[in-house]
Design a protein around this ligand. Structure first.
Ligand code: GDP
Length: 522
């Protein structure tokens, strides 16, 4: 099979959701479709260890399949599916965001009983900002949830995105009768078991269900939606401007999951071209290239190895090939590589372009910020991965002042690697590290101690709201401990506002000062 055909087959995506919305349950169903596991059940055990706890590891533990699958891949109906794991917000780190740079689409799962939950909004917004096509699955229809229209409104409001319901639930919870599959023009009957009955809409007049008041109401509601709602547009979906919304239930007996997945697979984009410092590189470009989006230390406690995750962007990867790290020009032989498969941590001999993810052994030479690896005769680099504005901040000092040198070295390297972000107080110099999740601090402290032999003291200055300033508008006198003025690693000024109130008060007082929010969805 030619490179072009291989690329077209690929569907690389991440499932994003608030903890407990049903990501694990859904993943299990998809793995069943891919024949990677044979039985699905509820994964009840909750995270125990702090490091690298992924929901998948829970699945793996329970099902006895091997650990360390941050990426799962399987064949499904002629497609090659790659699912990338993104940890829930309790294990959040910038890695979660960086992973989003390596996928071609996302599946957003929302709990119908809860709607979009506050702590997860950022994650969803980042997808919208980056223009990643978002497919929405509203889960737990077997329970009494919020009104479907209310849920759609919320998605539109929060993400500033059009919604297009692909199906529409008839009742919910105990009154749940099934879904009107608007896109395929059929009714899918909920029988309370594994069987789903598919009835073409044209045959529905013969079904006694049509007499049911709930069914009638739903048909009327849908007629209204057809008139007043947005039109479906695959182009807009692929631009990230419209999200197809599927209703269903991922838990056994799953409902609406098969139709969702089949439709998703038929619509989700295959890998596309990517921008580089030289030209746009198409996935069918013959030379191998890829970028690193995540480095995981100590994934497996038995091997204290570090693994860099690389997304193949063009050409074909073959084991043992020589590539260059574009940033340093250093040549390296990719000998020890792994493709992450749920059933085993197989050594991968070759991986094709477009979305395939390989794990490569990292002797400490890669940077998470998006190091590019290219076939030797090439020198281009993919766009650097964006920095995501952190929200938690801590002042950091070395416990023992005699260790200042190692302290600086450790911080420098960990910042370079992208494990944490460093800010400098202004005008009084102090070191403040920012993170998007608590886990990053724990990893930071642990690595400083074990890799650089420095114990660090962290003093929290709490969750803050960062807003960037234009240089010409900076006036240090306006800021204090409450609204702290700092510089980022590019030397840009930003203010860490104590809270929403402090931010609003400042805007009121100084309307002429522009405050830039890097999370603004437009
Ligand atoms: P995650 O934290 O997003 O991975 O969520 P899980 O998949 O672990 O699910 C969280 C809880 O919700 C578990 O107890 C599941 O059994 C339950 N759950 C998941 N999907 C459904 C569903 O469709 N209906 C109902 N009633 N419960 C569900």
């Amino acid at each position: 099979m030619g490179l072009q055909d291989e690329v077209k087959k690929r569907k690389t995506f991440a499932i994003i959701s608030h903890p407990d919305a049903g990501k694990t349950t859904m993943t299990e169903k998809l793995l069943l479709f891919g024949n990677l596991i044979r039985t699905a059940g509820t994964v009840k055990a909750k995270k125990t260890g702090k490091y690298a706890t992924s929901d998948w590891m829970e699945i793996e533990k329970q099902r006895g399949i091997s650990v360390t699958s941050s990426v799962m891949n399987f064949e499904y109906k002629g497609h090659k599916v790659n699912i990338l794991d993104t940890p829930g917000h309790e294990d959040f780190s910038e890695d979660t965001y960086r992973t989003l740079t390596a996928v071609d689409s996302v599946v957003m799962i929302i709990d119908a009983t809860k709607g979009i939950e506050a702590q997860t909004i950022k994650l969803f917004k980042v997808c919208k900002m980056r223009g990643i096509p978002i497919f929405t699955f509203i889960n737990k229809l077997d329970r009494e949830g919020r009104e479907p229209l209310e849920l759609l409104d919320q998605i539109e409001d929060v993400l500033n995105i059009e919604t297009y319901p692909m199906n529409w639930p008839v009742g919910m919870g105990k009154r749940f009768l099934g879904i009107l599959d608007r896109y395929n023009d059929q009714f899918i009957k909920y029988n309370g078991n594994e069987d789903e009955t598919y009835i073409p809409m044209s045959d529905m007049s013969e079904d006694e269900l049509t007499e049911h008041p709930t069914y009638q109401e739903t048909v009327d509601e849908l007629a209204l939606l057809n008139e007043a709602g947005d039109q479906f547009s695959l182009d807009r979906v692929l631009e990230g401007e419209q999200t197809p919304v599927f209703f269903g239930s991922a838990l056994a007996p799953p409902f609406g999951v098969q139709t969702f997945f089949d439709t998703f697979i038929s619509m989700a984009p295959a890998p596309g071209p990517r921008r580089t410092t030289q030209e746009v590189i198409s996935p069918v470009y013959p030379d191998f290239s890829g970028f690193i989006f995540k480095i995981q230390a100590n994934m497996n406690p038995q091997h204290r190895d570090r693994i860099a995750f690389l997304r193949v962007c063009s050409g074909k990867f073959e084991r043992g090939m020589n590539v260059n790290v574009a940033r340093t020009g250093k040549s390296i032989r990719l000998g020890q590589t792994q493709q992450f498969v749920a059933s085993s941590r197989d050594t991968v001999e070759e991986a094709y372009a477009g979305g395939d993810i390989i794990g490569i052994y990292d002797p400490g030479i890669y940077r998470i910020g998006g190091d590019t690896l290219v076939e030797s005769k090439q020198t281009f680099e993919f766009d650097e991965l964006p920095q995501f504005p952190p929200e938690m901040f801590q002042r950091v000092t070395a416990k023992n002042v005699m260790k200042a040198k190692q302290f600086r070295k450790g911080i420098e390297q960990l910042v370079q690697e992208g494990a944490i972000q460093l800010f400098r107080g202004y005008p009084y110099d102090s070191m403040i590290i920012g993170a998007v999740g608590q886990l990053q601090y724990e990893v930071f402290q642990h690595r400083m101690k074990h890799e650089y032999n420095v114990e660090v003291l962290l003093e929290s200055i709490g969750e803050r709201i960062p807003r960037w300033l234009k240089k010409e508008q900076v006036d240090a006198k306006l800021f204090d401990e409450r609204n702290l003025l700092v510089k980022d690693r590019e030397g840009e000024f930003l203010v860490l506002f104590k809270n929403d109130f402090a931010l609003r008060w400042f805007i009121d007082k100084h309307p002429k000062i522009d405050l830039i929010d890097l999370y603004e969805v437009n």
